[in-house]
Design a protein around this ligand. Structure first.
Ligand SMILES: *[C@@H]1O[C@H](CO)[C@@H](O)[C@H](O)[C@H]1NC(C)=O
Ligand SMILES: *[C@@H]1O[C@H](CO)[C@@H](O)[C@H](O)[C@H]1NC(C)=O
Length: 343
């Protein structure tokens, strides 16, 4: 019985391969298989059985084709590559690795056609300079990895708090996302999503946040443990005027800023490097931290984003994304909803 099944399977596989040959693709098909094998080894992927592997191979192949097609366009300002997300469909990727959920009142406040201008601490900054890179100021910890948990909101908030703590107190300390994941439960839903403003409110109410070492990351929600010593505090936070890259620039010239962004796109998912300028929408579903800005040699202005997808995504975990675009919402909506903590 089993051998008959195997035989049938072999015939089906065979005819598939033959089908590829007739389009001149046998070499190509085996090259993709090989790329998948190499990719599996690189990302330590093991599949539960052959059918799972076949399914994942098909997804991988689609993602690879998307990458190769994009990279063949020599006129693009950014490159893609397969990465740890390349055997996931866009839907799986979105559900597992993003996680911004904004309360309606937050979106409403930020998008109110401001008759009264929103005032913010850095509004009168006049000299923002040509560029800023908070990494060079020692205000950015190494890139972290949220893993299989939609808790981007905590990583984005923590990176901003790490930044202002270094700027105000002179010490760069890696702080605990797990504490936010476990304890910041007013509105925030752990791995199912949340928003940075609520994370800041938790830190204020809790009179501080502990260090990564004291309360390490586990990529799943656990019971809140309140016994850890405080490592950093904030006195408040501010929301930037919505849809205004100029305000964002003023703020980022002074400190790293938490922003919401549309990270759902297949190009965003497999971004490898260069200055990203689409394709993306402006729906807010992911969160990152703006840690700088600058201009490329050919005069393209960009923001420097710290993501939480490990160092294998993008430029060692960072993205340069186009700045000063025509839409006031910014590229991928990055200027729609931005916050920063106060020392
Ligand atoms: C780049 O090339 C692609 C395909 O050749 C074309 O569709 C696209 O409009 C070009 N983009 C620019 C900015 O020239
Ligand atoms: C910025 O300048 C205006 C006009 O001088 C002033 O009213 C406002 O209070 C200043 N904002 C801050 C945050 O200092």
């Amino acid at each position: 019985m089993a051998s008959i099944t195997l035989l049938i399977l072999a015939i089906i596989l065979c005819s598939r391969t033959l089908g590829a040959t007739s389009r001149g693709g046998l070499f190509e098909a085996s090259a993709v298989t090989e790329k998948h094998e190499q990719w599996m080894a690189r990302y330590h992927r093991a599949y539960s059985d052959e059918s799972e592997k076949t399914n994942r191979f098909e997804v991988f192949k689609k993602n690879l084709e998307f990458v190769e097609k994009h990279n063949m366009n020599t006129n693009m300002t950014y490159k893609l590559d397969v990465n740890q997300f390349s055997d996931l469909t866009d839907e799986e990727f979105r559900a597992r690795y993003t996680g911004l959920v904004a309360p309606k009142e937050v979106l409403r406040i930020s998008s109110s056609d401001s008759d009264q201008k929103v005032s913010f601490r850095h509004e009168n900054v006049s000299d923002t300079g040509e560029s800023m890179d908070w990494r060079q100021e020692g205000a950015v910890t190494s890139v972290k990895n949220q893993g299989h948990c939609g808790v981007c909101w905590a990583f984005s908030a923590v990176a901003a708090v790490e930044g202002i703590t270094k700027i105000a107190k002179g010490e760069l300390l890696s702080l605990s996302e797990q504490q936010l994941l476990d304890c910041s439960r007013d509105f925030n839903k752990g791995c199912a999503g949340g928003i940075m403003s609520k994370a800041f409110e938790y830190i204020i109410k809790n009179q501080g946040i502990t260090s990564e070492d004291n309360y390490p990351y586990h990529a799943s929600q656990q019971t809140c443990s309140a016994t850890h010593p405080v490592s950093a505090t904030i006195s408040g936070y501010e929301t930037l005027p919505s849809d205004d890259e100029q305000s964002l620039l003023k703020a980022v010239s002074q400190q790293p800023v938490s922003v919401a962004i549309d990270g759902y796109g297949p190009a965003f998912k497999q971004y490898r490097g260069g200055i990203f300028d689409g394709e993306c929408g402006t729906d807010l579903n992911h969160a990152v931290t703006v840690v700088g800005y600058g201009m490329s040699e050919d005069g393209t202005k960009y923001w420097l984003l710290k993501n939480s997808w490990g160092q294998t995504w993008g430029e060692n975990g960072y993205m340069r994304i186009k700045r000063d675009v025509d839409s006031p919402q910014g590229m991928c909506g990055l200027a729609r909803l931005a916050f920063y903590p106060l020392a």
